[in-house]
Design a protein around this ligand. Structure first.
Ligand SMILES: *Cc1c(COP(=O)(O)O)cnc(C)c1O
Length: 822
């Protein structure tokens, strides 16, 4: 980690220093940009990054309380006495400048990795292969963004022998900013797929953008049998780069690989000139093969003797890219993060643990393995870990590994220690774990996944996996259609369209959306109890929920004169003033809302002489924003809304927000965004116009049993599944009680198993369904996708002649929601 004085940092970023002289020589040894994952310590400097969503400046006060004293800011108004401020034009750019400066001080080789897929896996595998002989610093997790790359480069210092940095881009112009920070000596270009293609005019443009990373590189590793490989080869010869290209197809490539897939692994043979090397990897898929070939070629680029590494290839492990949250035994919640183990990722994981525990008032328990190769002296390291655990209010620590065992006296919280995982398992008692949020965090060699297996609830293996990163992507995709000042209300009714409630709301709150909207007050109460402070609108406020609405600061949708009278009365009894309400106008849907001028006049009359309520917004809902044939009607709705909302607007002196667009409306009529929009289905990944949204949910389970069925036999209830040939049938533990529509049975619906689709055979049962897997290689325990990356929700909806909304919200609550977050 860097060690610079505030004055030096100021010089590197061309800033203006606001600090008393005592601060100027203050040493900074840690850079932070995210207040949530800051774990205390007094030598940190905070970069107040700003973006369309975030304003880091808002967190300065909070961080000063936590002991941070150096702030890099772009807004003068936040500068105060008694801390050190460095004023710059653009804090993001300043962060990149500092990172580039730090990179330049590093004299050992840097490997820079970019491409559409495989970056993180290759980085982790190279780390596994090389870390026995080299001290390596690498990007945490998949920190490869405009902020992630600088933060990774700032971890570098001269105690390391090698740095592995990944760089990802999604738009033109981004690599130019990352290249000076990475400045790789050796480059790896993994492949060019269609990720983020929407932002580029052609594949070639995207490739050229990625190649900018390698302008000053000495050697470049790439696969030479792709349609675009020629361009890379030309780039190498122009820039005087030594090409380390390899091929699985071409016998004249400098490095040639041949592969043979066995039942659980792949045998690979490499040929370089007249030398042959054989090794295996414990994977059978094409992308693992390609990643392994990249790693092998990188060893050549590093002038290593491949023979020294061949055995290690056979123990490469799958890389869990994300933190995983699962239901555990006895009302426990498991947070699995055994991807890597360093202080940085520990504090990120602890922040997730705290959030998750808070929402159900769970005990906070950390199961941690030894943290290795941090470059920090062991006693100091664990003192820091102890401090971290205290700061995040952790209730109990279970330490696993020799180092932790030896340093157990350092820890000042309830704790237990085991020299290794076996010792832990010997003492393991299920009944010792209940109502806890448990973080499992450690280096891969400790195999904490085996502990996770002991703690995991196994009864029902069917899960709805929600990708929180995809959700943020979708939110930002819609944001791009809006003016910066347009507010966003996100509809989280019906458990966030079936995606689970609290987790989604928490994420949205963190993303600074302006409002959340629920259908009924109970849903709002649940969010408040989980610590949501974002304003919440209740679309259908019932009279007996007024007490809750007032107690929990929810904001009712007032859709009729009668409801207004009742609500005024309730608020008056509580003696409250200016209680926020939202008024709904019916412009043609003929559902809830004030429909006529007379209705509106009556409402205005009451509100005019009433100090108890304040109109926050006036809105209406479109009946057919997704249907081009109804556009004339939609336009009538717009006009009617302008007229009726104008009556209200003109009657009051204060500003009242107006809004009418739902997701399809935002996509198709952005000109009518007014003061706010109401985002629903789009956030959850469904677009009406082919917007590049990501699917956020995957409904999946595992095969229970596979059996052979002969011609003439039948499958399932009422003998509906007639078998016409000698067949194999997979039984899957998911049925209509889980929300699988029974009409999908008997060949209408299908599921994705082992890379192929298999049709449902026979009737769907309450808790099970059967798949025809006659020509597929399927075994018990194999993963089955009902919808997700391979089978879209829209397609399932089409088969059932319904809309995606019904599919999403129909997944029953007994299906566990599992959240993935990078
Ligand atoms: C559900 C709902 C929305 C969101 O609609 P989508 O089509 O899912 O974007 C917007 N406004 C109101 C009043 C709603 O009830």
């Amino acid at each position: 980690m860097i060690n610079l004085t505030a004055k030096q940092i100021c010089a590197v970023v061309n800033g203006e220093l606001f600090a008393s002289s005592s601060f100027q020589d203050f040493t900074v040894s840690e850079i932070i940009t995210d207040s949530r994952t800051f774990f205390g310590g007094s030598n940190a400097a905070f970069f107040a990054l700003t973006g369309p969503v975030f304003n880091g400046h808002n967190y300065i006060a909070q961080l000063r309380k936590k002991g941070v004293q150096v702030f890099i800011v772009s807004n003068k108004n936040f500068i105060e006495d008694k801390a050190c401020y460095i004023l710059v034009k653009n804090t993001g750019f300043a962060l990149q400048q500092l990172a580039a400066y730090n990179r330049n001080r590093f004299l050992q080789p840097v490997i820079g990795i970019t491409g559409s897929n495989g970056k993180t896996i290759i980085k982790e595998w190279l780390y596994d292969l090389l870390s026995t002989e080299l001290k390596i610093v690498r990007s945490p997790k998949s920190y490869n963004s405009q902020v992630g790359v600088p933060l990774s480069a700032l971890l570098i210092d001269n105690q390391y022998d090698l740095a592995l940095l990944e760089a990802g881009i999604s738009e033109p112009g981004e690599m130019q900013k990352l290249a000076p920070i990475v400045q790789p000596d050796i480059g790896i270009l993994t492949n060019i797929g269609d990720a983020h293609q929407e932002n580029f005019t052609s594949m070639e443009e995207k490739l050229n953008e990625k190649l900018k990373l390698f302008t000053g590189t000495k050697k470049l590793v790439f696969r030479s049998d792709r349609s675009y490989s020629k361009i890379i080869a030309e780039f190498c010869s122009q820039k005087n780069i030594d090409p380390i290209n390899w091929s699985l197809e071409n016998d004249s490539a400098p490095i040639q690989f041949k592969s043979k897939v066995k039942s659980t692994d792949t045998e690979i043979e490499a040929r370089i000139n007249d030398k042959h090397y054989s090794f295996t990897i414990p994977f059978t898929d094409d992308s693992a093969l390609e990643n392994a070939c990249h790693c092998f070629a990188t060893l050549i680029a590093l002038d290593k003797n491949p023979s020294d590494f061949l055995v290690q290839f056979s123990s490469l492990q799958p890389v869990a890219m994300r933190l995983e949250i699962k239901q555990g035994i006895n009302n426990c919640l498991l947070i699995n993060d055994y991807y890597n183990s360093d202080l940085n990722s520990l504090s990120i994981a602890l922040s997730v643990l705290k959030q998750q525990a808070a929402k159900s008032h769970l005990f906070k328990h950390v199961i941690l393995s030894d943290i290795q190769q941090t470059g920090i002296e062991t006693a100091k390291l664990y003192a820091k870990v102890n401090q971290l655990l205290q700061e995040w209010g952790i209730n109990k620590l279970t330490g696993i590994g020799k180092d932790l065992y030896q340093h157990q006296h350092i820890f000042q919280l309830e704790s237990e220690f085991y020299a290794d995982r076996n010792a832990f398992e010997k003492h393991f008692l299920r009944s010792n774990y209940s109502s806890s949020a448990i973080l499992l965090k450690g280096a891969r060699q400790f195999e904490l996944e085996k502990i996770s297996a002991l703690l995991q609830q196994k009864a029902h293996q069917t899960v709805l996996e929600i990708n929180l990163n995809a959700l943020v992507h979708n939110l930002n995709t819609f944001r791009k259609l809006l003016q910066p000042e347009t507010k966003i209300m996100v509809m989280v009714k019906a458990f966030s369209y079936g995606s689970g409630d609290v987790e989604i709301a928490q994420l949205l709150q963190h993303q600074n959306v302006d409002y959340l909207a629920v259908a009924v007050a109970d849903e709002g109460v649940q969010l408040r109890n989980a610590g949501i402070t974002t304003p919440i609108v209740v679309m259908n406020p019932e009279q007996d929920s007024f007490q809750n609405i007032i107690d929990f600061s929810l904001e009712p949708n007032i859709y009729s004169f009668q409801l207004l009278q009742q609500f005024v009365k309730a608020v008056k009894e509580f003696g409250l003033n200016n209680f926020p309400i939202h008024i709904k106008i019916d412009t043609g849907m003929n559902r809830l809302g004030l429909k006529t001028e007379e209705d509106i006049a009556k409402v205005i009359a009451i509100l005019k002489k009433n100090k108890h309520l304040k109109i926050q917004s006036v809105f209406s809902h479109l009946a057919g924003s997704d249907e081009p044939e109804l556009d004339d009607f939609t336009k009538e709705q717009f006009n009617r809304f302008t007229d009726l909302s104008g009556l209200i607007e003109n009657a009051f002196e204060y500003k009242i927000d107006k809004h009418i667009l739902n997701s399809a409306g935002i996509e198709r009529f952005p000109d009518h965004q007014m003061d706010m929009v109401r985002l629903g289905i789009g956030l959850y990944g469904i677009s009406q116009t082919g917007l590049a949204l990501q699917q956020i949910s995957t409904l999946k389970t595992t095969v229970s049993q596979v059996k052979t069925v002969d011609t003439g036999e039948t499958v399932g209830y009422n003998r509906k599944g007639k078998v016409r040939q000698h067949s194999r049938v997979a039984v899957v533990p998911m049925g209509y009680a889980d929300g699988i529509n029974r009409r999908l049975g008997n060949g209408l619906g299908s599921a994705f198993v082992n890379g192929q689709e298999a049709r449902m055979i026979g009737n769907v049962c309450m808790d099970m369904l059967m798949l025809d897997v006659t020509n597929l290689e399927v075994n018990p325990g194999d993963s089955v996708e009902i919808f997700g990356p391979n089978i879209s929700i829209s397609r399932v909806a089409q088969l059932l002649e319904t809309i995606p909304y019904e599919i999403l919200t129909g997944i029953s609550q007994r299906v566990k929601r599992v959240y993935l977050q990078e």
